[in-house]
Design a protein around this ligand. Sequence first.
Ligand code: HSE
Length: 296
Amino acid sequence: MIKIQVPATSANLGAGFDSLGLAVNLYNYVSMEESDQVEISTTDGSVVPTGKDNLIYTAAEHLYQMCGKPLSGLRIVQENNIPMTPGLGSSSACIIGGLYGANILLGSPFNTDELVDIAAKIEGHPDNTTPALLGGIVTAVASDDRVLWVKQEVYRHLNFYAIVPDFELSTALARKALPETVSHQDARYNLSRAALFSASLLQGKYENIREAVNDRLHQPFRMKLIAHADEVFEKCYRYGSYGTYISGAGPTIMSIVGMENKTFEPRMRRYLDKHGLEQWKIYKLSIDNQGACVKL
Ligand code: HSE
C-alpha cells in the first residue's frame, strides 16, 4: 500500500477570497491500493462514507477515468487528523489524497499543473486544493480551464492558531450569504489588501498584517453566521495576534501570532473556558512548505 500525507489548509487569508491559501502542519494520511472491491476504513474512529461516494475514492476514480483505465475498486485506509468542521480544508485533503495516490498507482501520468487543475475543478475553487498539493503560501487564480498559481515557501517564526468552534457551518450556506455584486470601492479595498498580505508575510512586515486581513467581500457577511466570532477576534488582538481572519468559509478562525508569544494560547484557552466555549478547540500550527507527499 502507498501512504500519502496531505496537509490541512487555510483559505482566503482575509482579503484573498477564492485565491490565497496556505498549508499548515496538521495532516491526514491516506493509504491506498488497487482491489477487486471498494474497501474503506479509518484508523482514528472517524465516520466516513465507505462506498463509491467517499471523496477520496471519487477523486481517485476520476483520475482512472481520465486515463481510460477501468477501476474495479480500491482499498483505502484513512487517518483523519484535520477536523471535519469546515475551515481547515478537510475535503480538499481528501481530494488531493485521492488524486495524488491514484496518480502514483497509475504510473504518474499527470504532472503537478494538471493535478492542480483537476483538483480545483472537483472542489470548485483553487484556494484550498492548491496549497494542499503544493504546501507553502499559494496564490491561485482560476482562468478559463486552468489554474495559474505561484507557491512561495515561508520561513518565519509564526504560529497559526486555528480556533475551531463546536458547530458546523456549511460552505454552501457561507457562500450563499455573500452579495451578488460589490462596489468599485469595496473591490479596490480587497485587492489592495490581498496583495499586501503575501508580500508582508514573506518579508516579515508583520505590522501590515492586521490591515491586510481586512476585507469586504466575505468576512462581514460570514461573521454574523459564527456565534461569538466578534469577541474571539477582539480577544485574539488583545492577546497579541498580528492578524486574525475567518479561515476559508468558516467557522474556524485563524490567528497569526509570533512564536515568541507564549501567552496567547493559555489566555485564549482561559477566555473560551470562562465563557461557555469549552468545546472550542485550539490547534497550534505552523506553515507546511512541502505539501502532499508519500509517507515512507
Ligand atoms: N474560498 C472558499 C470560500 C473557501 O471562502 O468559500 C471555502 O473552502
